[in-house]
Design a protein around this ligand. Sequence first.
Ligand code: TYD
Ligand code: MG
Length: 466
Amino acid sequence: MKQPRPVFVCQECGSQSPKWQGRCPDCGAWNSFVEERAVEPVAVAAAAGHRYALGGGSQGAVRYSEIESTRAERISTGIGEFDRVLGGGIVPGSLVLLGGEPGIGKSTLLLQATANFAHSVGPVLYASGEESEHQIKSRGDRLGVGDAPLYLLAETCIERILEEVGRVKPKLLVVDSVQTVFSLKFQSAPGSIGQVREAATQFLFTAKGHNIPTFLVGHVTKDGNIAGPKALEHVVDTVLYFEGERHHSHRVVRAVKNRFGAVSELGVFEMTGAGLKPVPNPSALFLAERPQATPGSAVLCCLEGSRPILVEVQALVSTSSYGMARRMAVGLDQARLTLLLAVLEKRAGLHLVSDDVFVNIAGGMTIDEPAADLAIVSAVASSLRNRPVSQGTAVFGEVGLGGEIRGVPQAALRIREAEQMGFTRIVLPAANVEAGADAMATGRDEPRAELVGVRSVGEALDVLLS
Ligand code: TYD
Ligand code: MG
């Protein structure tokens, strides 16, 4: 047999080189090359006896019109919020990557989902390279797994896991985590990019070839990426990220890539003594501790995927005691805040140069929508003028550099959510009111909120802080 040639692989970006290099020419990382044994991918597939065929692949190309359209069936995980991020449930044969920081609840969520799945559909194989069967069981006892056909396997060797897949014939496979498993074909350590890529490819073959939906757990590096990001995100069908702060009990699962559903769809959970509990009404959660009639607080209707959520934007403007005023943004983009402060300064005549400005999205949410602009601006102005935003008012709208308020997508959805949460007045871009947001919001229960369309920052602040 031909000796495999050595190859050096950048552990940051997956770039390959026949010789060692101090600095990766592709991503610029230093000292990131590690020697790995290259194996021809075709040889790997042949050796493992895999047939990677997505529905009769051996017949060659098929004419578009001759392909029967099948509506992808979905299998529920029994957890509504999880189904929602997956785009309506598990797609047969799909490969899903669930990423997140250690201790955030990845294993907990998957154990809950697999227990439900095992109860309603059939056997599930849960392969863990991180915990022993006993550890998983003691957690499962707290989560009420019961006697569902859930098979636990504490194993890190991919070939062994695949052997067990052949024996157990599961309807669902979980690999926790992709960074702890290794293939015998490679000499590099588990977690190296070669091993991670091999694991993803092998499990892709099983998922598609045997129609076993597979969840891979992925750890997130310090800078927030799943280790071996390029190698993994291209291979899998769906990438979900677990977000949340240690200091808050709520967790958000967000879809960043989904071949079977909308991206940036999100599911909200609360970590309790008995595992993760879905939060069907996140607006109530995020607004729960909102202070009443306090300056520097504005309620924003933001949109996450197809889901409107109300969050509180808080601002604090205080006289700077240093030579240079500080601007700090938590949960939103720092550059966006700087831009909005400049607009306030220039277009609305607010004097902020000598003040420190802190803006925070309450509850640890992260917002990156331009529709949040108006709420940020109102919270800052409210704190500066020491006047609360009028009661029962929610806002949304994008602020342009000219101080104009621009329309945002899905105004009707946002309005409906605010009305459902009991807001009686909504300040929004005039363009949205003209485009018929008003009409779209009709046909729902009374009382309807008053819609106030605004065209400029100055006008909005007059309405909000009067
Ligand atoms: P875990 O799912 O092990 O995290 P990951 O797999 O992402 O590393 O979650 C562990 C955390 O969740 C741990 O800090 C304890 C907490 N937890 C609860 O609060 N309640 C529970 O019922 C369980 C199972 C865990
Ligand atoms: Mg875990």
